[in-house]
Ligand binder design. Structure first.
Ligand SMILES: Cc1cc2nc3c(=O)[nH]c(=O)nc-3n(C[C@H](O)[C@H](O)[C@H](O)COP(=O)(O)O)c2cc1C
Length: 168
């Protein structure tokens, strides 16, 4: 069975948009049966994890922090025998490409180091793939910045699909 659970946390909805792209690629191109859970519902999943072959965990980053419900899901569960991938929505870090002209590769590396590897020590799994995507800040209807990029997410989801389907 190829069943994938995506657990994600968002504040303003950017991460939800990211999840929809990942889900579409995995479903349409990699024949995964998808279930998607907002972090507000993940308590219901603890008993059901056995049903899934792959788990994708994604959180929006605000002031350096994951959504606490997603972080505790990642820290408290043992995902033995499952392929687990992790991504963050790090709009501010990815915006350094436009703001300071650093390379996208460096911005992604910085976000993965700061927001995934720092936390990884507390995880009881090794992610098969890590990702960091852009985001948006909109204040009183005005876009302060928008570093969200559909293609980056699409490409990452394809990489993930390839890794998931390896040795299956
Ligand atoms: C108050 C605030 C703090 C933020 N802090 C960070 C940060 O520490 N690092 C970062 O890369 N992005 C930061 N961002 C940008 C968010 O990652 C971006 O707004 C993203 O789209 C939020 O995703 P969400 O809509 O799924 O919650 C911050 C945004 C806000 C509004």
């Amino acid at each position: 069975m190829r069943k994938t659970l995506i657990v994600f946390g968002t504040r303003k909805g950017t991460t939800t948009e990211t999840v929809h792209i990942i889900a579409e690629v995995l479903r349409d191109k990699y024949s995964q049966t998808l279930e998607i859970a907002d972090s507000k519902q993940i308590k219901n999943y603890k008993k059901r994890l056995n049903e899934f072959d792959n788990i994708i965990i994604g959180s929006s980053i605000v002031s350096g922090w994951w959504k606490s419900s997603v972080l505790s899901f990642a820290k408290r569960n043992v995902f033995e025998g499952k392929k687990v991938a992790v991504f963050v929505t790090a709009g501010g870090t990815l915006n350094k490409v436009a703001k300071y002209g650093i390379s996208k590769e460096d911005a992604i590396k910085e976000a993965i180091t700061k927001y995934i590897e720092k936390y990884s020590k507390k995880f009881r799994f090794n992610p098969i793939l890590k990702g960091a995507f852009g985001g948006k800040v909109i204040k009183r209807g005005t876009i302060k910045y928008n570093s969200w990029n559909r293609e980056d997410i699409y490409n990452w989801a394809n990489n993930l699909g390839d890794v998931i389907n390896q040795n299956q």
